[in-house]
Design a protein around this ligand. Structure first.
Ligand code: NDP
Length: 297
C-alpha cells in the first residue's frame, strides 16, 4: 500500500508547537512579529501574503503588512525594509517574491537583516545552511525535511534525487539532504533542465523531490518501486472549474502512487508545510532576538 503523506496533519502539529512557543515568548513579555512586504499587483502574490498574515493571526504572531506600489523605485522598497529592520516589534521581514523587473531581487535579499530573514534567503543565511550551521532553513525544503521525519523516511544512506536547482527550493533542499546529521546523510543528485538522462538518475532513487514547476512531469515509469516521492510543484492548469483552473503538482499522482512507497498529494502535501515553517522561523527569530529559549517543534 502506498502511504499518502498528510502535509495538513504534520503542519497542524508544527503550528501547535509554534503556538506553544508564542506562549513561552508571551511569558517573557515578547509578542513575535512578522512583517510582509508586497511590491506587486499579481493576484497570486496577494493571495500568498494574505494567507501568511492569516496564519500568523491563528498562532498569535503579530502580522504587519506593508504594500509598496509596484511602480515605486527600488529605493522606496529599500527604505521600507530598512524601517522594518529597525523595528523592535518586528522579528521577521519577508519580501514577497517576485519583485518587479526594475528591482534587483538579490539586492532585496541582501537588504534584509539576516537576523530577521525568516525566508532564509540572505546570502549569509544561505552560507550558514551550506556550512551546516543554519540559522533559518528556507521554509519549503525545511518543510519537506519535517515531512520525511514525521513519516520515518530514512534519509541516512538513502539515494535522493532533487529535480530543480532554484535558490528557494532545489538548492537548499539538496543542501539539507547532504548535511551530516539527522534528516541528512543522503547521497544527493541535483537535476535541472540541462541534466542528460534524468530517467537513469531517478532509477535508483529512494527519495525523489520534484520541484521543476512542470505539471505532472514525473510519472510512474520514472520511479523505482517503493520510493518516497515528494511533490513540491504547484502549477495552475486550465480546468473546467469555477476558478477556471486547478492546481496540479509536478508529479502525475495516480501513476506514481501505483509504484511509490509514499507520496505527497497536491494540494495538502508540501504547501501547508511551507506555511507552517514560516511561523516556525518567526518564533525562532523572536526567541533569538530577545534571548528567550523556545522549544521549537
Ligand atoms: P523555478 O522555476 O525557479 O525552478 C525550476 C527548476 O526546475 C529549475 O532549476 C529548472 O532547471 C528545473 N527544470 C526545468 N525543466 C526541467 C527538466 N525538464 N528536467 C529537470 N529539471 C528541470 O521553480 P521553483 O523552484 O521556484 O518552484 C518549483 C515548483 O515548486 C513550482 O511549481 C512552484 O510553484 C512550486 N513551489 C511550491 C512551493 C510549496 O510550498 N509547495 C513553494 C515554492 C515553489 P534550470 O535551473 O536549468 O532552469
Amino acid at each position: 500500500m502506498t502511504e499518502v503523506i498528510d502535509g495538513e496533519a504534520v503542519a497542524a502539529d508544527v503550528r501547535a508547537g509554534v503556538a506553544d512557543c508564542v506562549d513561552t515568548l508571551a511569558d517573557a513579555g515578547v509578542t513575535p512579529g512578522l512583517a510582509t512586504v508586497l511590491m506587486s499587483d499579481d493576484p497570486a502574490s496577494e493571495t500568498y501574503v494574505s494567507m501568511k498574515q492569516r496564519d500568523c493571526e491563528e498562532v498569535g504572531i503579530e502580522g504587519i503588512h506593508v504594500d509598496v506600489d509596484a511602480d515605486a523605485s527600488a529605493a522606496t522598497l529599500f527604505e521600507t525594509i530598512d524601517e522594518l529592520n529597525g523595528r523592535d516589534d518586528v522579528h521577521g521581514v519577508l519580501v514577497q517574491l517576485p519583485v518587479p523587473a526594475h528591482v534587483d531581487r538579490r539586492e532585496v535579499l541582501r537588504r534584509i537583516d539576516p537576523e530577521k530573514d525568516v525566508d532564509g534567503f540572505h546570502p549569509e543565511n544561505v552560507g550558514r545552511l551550506v556550512a551546516g550551521d543554519a540559522r533559518y532553513k528556507p521554509c519549503t525544503p525545511h518543510g519537506v525535511q519535517k515531512l520525511l521525519a514525521a513519516y520515518d523516511v530514512e534519509t541516512d544512506g538513502a539515494d535522493a534525487v532533487v529535480i530543480g536547482r532554484s535558490d528557494i527550493v532545489g538548492k537548499p533542499m539538496a543542501n539539507l539532504l547532504v548535511q551530516k546529521g539527522p534528516g541528512g546523510n543522503a547521497t544527493t543528485t541535483v537535476c535541472h533542465s540541462h541534466t542528460s538522462d534524468l530517467e537513469s538518475k531517478l532509477a535508483d532513487a529512494d527519495i525523489v523531490v520534484a520541484a521543476a514547476g512542470i505539471p505532472e512531469f514525473v510519472d510512474g515509469s520514472m520511479i523505482t518501486s517503493g520510493a518516497t516521492v515528494i511533490d513540491v510543484g504547484i502549477n495552475r492548469v486550465d480546468a473546467d472549474t469555477d476558478r477556471g483552473y486547478e492546481l496540479v503538482g509536478d508529479v502525475a499522482y495516480d501513476s506514481v502512487a501505483d509504484v511509490a512507497g509514499a507520496i505527497t498529494p497536491v494540494p495538502g502535501g508540501v504547501g501547508p508545510m511551507t506555511r507552517a515553517m514560516l511561523l516556525y522561523n518567526t518564533v525562532k527569530a523572536a526567541g533569538r532576538q530577545h534571548d528567550v529559549d523556545v522549544d521549537l517543534p
